[in-house]
Design a binder for this molecule. Structure first.
Ligand SMILES: [Zn+2]
Length: 92
């Protein structure tokens, strides 16, 4: 039975691999600290993801070459979400 610690390590390794796969830095500002990097859905279609955000998710990113994922730091991601919300409000 894998321990919790092992699972955490495993997930971290998967995340690091996925981050490296996506270029290793925020597409907006170039931030390279993986602790604040998040996988962003280019088309804001994250709600379509049916997989939990664990190692399965990172495996999926590793295999994906459609360019629908990109890396963003938490700051840039918040700004993108904010602007997206404003855009939606304008359209309704
Ligand atoms: Zn950024």
């Amino acid at each position: 039975m894998p321990t919790k610690q092992y699972q955490r390590q495993y997930k971290k390794k998967k995340k690091l691999a996925a981050v490296a796969h996506l270029g290793g830095k925020c597409v907006v500002c170039g931030e390279r600290d993986f602790r604040c990097l998040e996988v962003d859905h280019v088309e804001n279609d994250g709600y379509l993801e049916k997989v939990p955000r664990d190692s399965t998710y990172y495996n999926k990113i590793m295999k994906d070459d459609t360019g629908r994922y990109q890396l963003m730091c938490s700051n840039c991601n918040s700004i993108k979400r904010y602007e997206h919300r404003e855009e939606q409000q304008r359209n309704t």
